[in-house]
Design a protein around this ligand. Structure first.
Ligand code: ADP
Ligand code: GN1
Ligand code: MG
Length: 363
């Protein structure tokens, strides 16, 4: 298997300056979007790792602009942390000097990053300390990007967190129900339909200026931050494809979504999906330790609500993808997107029940 992958990856990796002999390539991580591999390169007897990614062009059709965003963000963060080579992703350019390589045979695009050693990602949080460290790193990331020069970033996915538009898309897909799957998820459909009214709050406030637009990450799930193996500290925010103008509430909301319950996003036993106030409190403390200084009162007021909103939006996206035939998120089993949707809606239910406690804590 590994040999097969190596044979497939070697001709691609050959277009990047890896300064040695490629000896291994293995699928890496559990992202839902890109195809990620860890490369092992023999550099004069030393085994050095890299990350190679096949970029999902169905999701990110404009690769040059996407990579320009990532160059700008990584350059800015690296310049602010000259002593710390792990603070930002480091792009390894292709032979022609571009930050990606496009295969003329099939137009697929690939990029390479230095592998961040001595740190890992987790798919689910295991302790309040981990929640604190992850949130602290995402807050620091937003803070660092506040003074990035060069004007707004390119919008790599237009209306990415425009929840009302996500809802309209869901309605259209449901109406068509081309695979006759609606009958398999009536409870989830009813849940979604009952939640339309809350969808618009953040986009409306962004539009009328009550909330500021900032440079945000927009995909701050727990496995998009590398945590140091020894200290547990958040060393590097990764997966920068969706860095673009947005609200900090998109980031904090997605942190709440993925960092306040210990169950996996695709857990099938819903009794294991438990929103944990202790994790939430650690998350708030970690986030405010780095972001507290620049947030407006309105941003702070909406922090607890953002969890419900982003968790609902993500559940809705999983449900839409299930109905549409699993065309967006990678799946690894039948009904995978529906399982994911169910955990998200379960978390929304629990956050609704704990609204007062969450608000009280942030206050
Ligand atoms: P996706 O967009 O598919 O989620 P990511 O960019 O998040 O892809 O990468 C998938 C996983 O690969 C991450 O969760 C992380 O575990 C690992 N990873 C990505 N970049 C690096 C890196 N530079 N060093 C070490 N691990 C990385
Ligand atoms: C995707 O790329 P990854 O796996 O980190 C998705 C996020 C979803 C998340 C759900 C570009 O994130 O928006 O919240 O899955 N990324 C994109 O797990 O759509
Ligand atoms: Mg990711």
């Amino acid at each position: 298997m590994s040999q097969e992958i190596l044979q497939k990856i070697a001709p691609i990796a050959a277009h990047f300056d890896l300064r040695g002999v490629l000896v291994d390539a293995e699928p890496w991580g559990s992202g839902h979007i890109n195809n990620t591999y860890r490369l092992t390169v023999d550099q004069s007897g030393l085994a050095v790792h890299y990350i190679l990614q096949g970029i999902n062009q169905h999701v990110f059709p404009n690769v040059p602009k996407l990579m320009e965003n990532i160059q700008r963000v990584t350059k800015h963060i690296a310049a602010r942390n000259p002593q710390d080579s792990r603070a930002a992703l480091t792009i390894v350019n292709a032979e022609d000097g571009k930050p990606y390589w496009q295969d003329p045979a099939d137009n697929e695009c690939y990029r390479v990053y230095l592998f961040i050693e001595g740190a890992k990602t987790v798919d689910a949080v295991t302790s309040p300390e981990q929640a604190f460290q992850a949130a602290r790193a995402f807050g620091a990331f937003q803070c660092a990007l506040a003074d990035m020069p060069g004007g707004p970033l390119f919008e790599s996915i237009v209306d990415f967190h425009h929840t009302p538009k996500r809802f309209q898309k869901f309605l259209a897909v449901l109406k068509e129900d081309k695979l006759d799957r609606a009958k398999l998820c009536q409870k989830e459909i009813d849940f979604a339909l009952a939640h339309e009214k809350e969808c618009a709050i953040v986009v409306e406030e962004l539009a009328d200026g009550r909330l500021p637009s900032r440079v945000t990450h927009n995909d701050t799930k727990i496995n998009n931050v590398m945590l140091d193996d020894k200290t547990g500290e958040g060393v590097c925010v990764i997966d920068l494809d969706t860095c673009m103008p947005g609200s900090v509430l998109y980031d904090f909301g997605d942190e709440i979504r993925t960092t306040t319950a210990t169950a996996a996003e695709d857990e099938r036993d819903l009794s294991k999906v438990q929103f944990d106030l202790k994790l939430f409190e650690a998350l708030v403390k970690g986030y405010l330790s780095t972001a507290g200084g620049f947030l407006t009162p309105e941003e702070k007021r909406l922090l607890p609500f953002s969890g419900r909103l982003l968790t609902f939006e993500c559940g809705l996206r999983f449900l839409t993808d299930f109905l549409e035939g699993d065309v967006y998120f990678k799946i690894h089993r039948d009904g995978h997107n529906l399982d994911r949707c169910r955990t998200q809606f379960e978390l929304v239910r629990q956050m609704e029940a704990l609204e007062n406690e969450m608000n009280q804590f942030v206050k």
